[in-house]
Design a protein around this ligand. Structure first.
Ligand code: BES
Ligand code: MN
Ligand code: ZN
Length: 485
């Protein structure tokens, strides 16, 4: 991963980046005052370049100016928009891309601005992300970015936090991009074990025998069609003195064929991403531990491969979930809610947390309703919804609150079980949320559900998003967890 260093004092780097703020009707784009001003002649040279550079100052715009024989020999003008964290994040990502063939660049930033540094660092680290299984193909040469600040010590914690956030988002991207031939449930659990190998994190992994002995019928049904047995990962961060206990649950379908209700080719193409929720909650928990956030977090990742075989569960089967509620499943492609139901019921009955949040690539309807960049947020509790939305937005992710419409509840009625898991009526993402709500017990008003099927994957390069897995949820969850004491 790209190294970012805070350095003070005036240097004469080879490649120097100077931020430019957005111009307006009366104010042309201009150099942003920085903590360590470049030497007078460099600043004057940059100012002189501006009129001809045809920059608007929009976040992420870049112009390179060559100055042979002078120091710095390259001057880059980087648009940072209105200078808020999001604009710096876009600028950082654009810089990582434009500078990929450099080995080192130096950038000057405004004095004492934690949000600018945070945005810049996250943008650099996320924009430079690549997932490759082989060495073939061009890797970015950019190894180090020096950030010129007045007082490196004063900003060290801000940079460290941004680095943890980005590293964990990259971990979630790696897990989600990994082909499903590799990432079967046991492999995923092993990755968690390797990443959580520190004395203050506790991990328990249940295999098929324990799941069966304890009655996790949903996880077993969905995992039953694969030769790779299901797992339930339970990861606990328990700092001394924590007053709040959060349970995070993430859908971990390591591949979703749809099962016997098999998906058509186009819909199955990307189903290795169907564990993005599990990846996000695990990565956020590891991040919370690295940052030593004073909140207890138990993360549950029900892991299963939804396959087609002689041992696969069938449409019409009745499943007994953890805790005893039964569901009639007439579509084996509605598998996510079945594994989440077990994990949530277990959390409510055994862990009794203060708050319960689940993340899941649950429905294609998420993208139908909201497009490719917003997750659908469901919560009964307005404060919890507002807090989550605020944290998600501040972190540079997006979600939109959707209704838990009680009048659709009747569609979940079954003649043979407590619930029908894949009703044909009602809105797809909403009825899936209503199904999950039935497993929240006393935590009904302290539960939130994020259907993040759409934003878990990006088809194009966009700001800090690269093509493929986005790591959606890690940044927002970390921001939200940091607000809990
Ligand atoms: N994993 C899918 C949802 C999905 C679709 C995620 C597209 C990402 C992109 C989920 O298991 C699923 O198949 N949902 C069905 C539910 C239906 C059968 C009730 C769907 O959305 O079509
Ligand atoms: Mn499915
Ligand atoms: Zn699925």
């Amino acid at each position: 991963m790209l190294a970012i260093r805070l350095v003070s004092g005036s240097t004469r780097p080879d490649a120097l980046v100077l931020p430019i703020r957005l111009g307006g009707p009366d104010a042309p784009p201009a150099l942003v005052p920085t903590a360590v001003p470049p030497d007078g002649d460099v600043r004057a040279a940059a100012t002189a370049l501006l009129p001809a550079a045809r920059l608007t100052g929009a976040a992420g715009e870049i112009r390179e100016h060559l100055r042979p024989g002078e120091a710095p020999s390259r001057l880059w003008l980087l648009g940072v928009g209105d200078g808020d964290e999001a604009a710096w994040r876009s600028a950082g990502a654009a810089l990582a891309r434009a500078g990929k063939d450099e080995t080192q660049i130096t950038i000057s930033v405004p004095d004492g601005s934690e949000s600018a540094l945070r945005g810049l660092a996250e943008g650099l680290l996320l924009g430079s992300y690549r997932f490759r299984l082989t060495e073939a193909g061009a890797r970015p040469a950019l190894a180090r970015v020096d950030v010129l600040v007045a007082d490196p010590d004063a900003l060290a914690d801000t940079l460290a936090a941004a680095r943890v956030t980005a590293e964990m988002t990259r971990l979630a991207r790696d897990l989600t991009n990994t082909p499903s031939s590799t990432k079967h449930p046991a492999w995923f659990a092993d990755q968690v074990a390797a990443a959580a190998d520190r004395p203050d994190l506790h991990l328990r992994v249940r295999g098929p025998e324990e799941l069966s002995a304890e009655g996790f019928g949903g996880i077993l049904a969905v995992g039953g069609g694969s030769v790779q047995g299901p797992r339930l990962v339970e990861l606990d961060w328990r700092p001394a003195g924590a007053r709040t206990h959060v349970v995070l649950v993430g859908k971990g379908i390591t591949f979703d064929t749809g099962g016997i209700s098999i998906k058509p080719v186009p819909a199955m193409k990307l189903m290795r991403k169907d564990m993005a929720g599990a990846a996000a909650v695990v990565a956020a928990t590891l991040g919370a531990a690295a940052l030593r956030l004073p909140v207890r977090i138990t993360t549950l990742a029900p892991l299963a491969e939804n396959m087609v075989s002689g041992s696969a569960f069938r449409p019409g089967d009745v499943i007994r979930h953890y805790g005893g509620l039964t569901s009639e499943s007439t579509n084996s492609d509605a598998e996510g809610r079945l594994v989440l139901a077990d994990a949530m019921a277990y959390a409510v009955r055994e862990l009794k947390p203060d708050l319960l949040v689940d993340l899941a690539t649950l429905t294609g309807a998420n993208a139908v309703a909201l497009g490719k960049r917003h997750a659908a947020l469901y919560a009964e509790n307005d404060d919890l919804a507002a807090d989550l939305l605020a944290a998600i937005t501040a972190a540079g992710e997006r979600a939109w609150r959707m209704p838990l419409a009680d009048d659709y509840l009747e569609y979940l009625a079954s003649d043979v079980a407590d619930l029908h898991s894949s009703p044909a009526r009602g809105a797809g993402s909403v009825v899936a949320a209503l199904f999950l709500r039935e497993f929240t017990g006393d935590l009904r008003d302290r539960w939130a559900h994020l259907d993040m099927s759409a934003p878990s994957w990006s088809d194009d390069v966009h700001g800090e998003l690269t093509r493929g897995a986005t790591g959606w949820g890690v940044r927002g969850l970390l921001r939200w967890l940091a607000t809990l004491g």
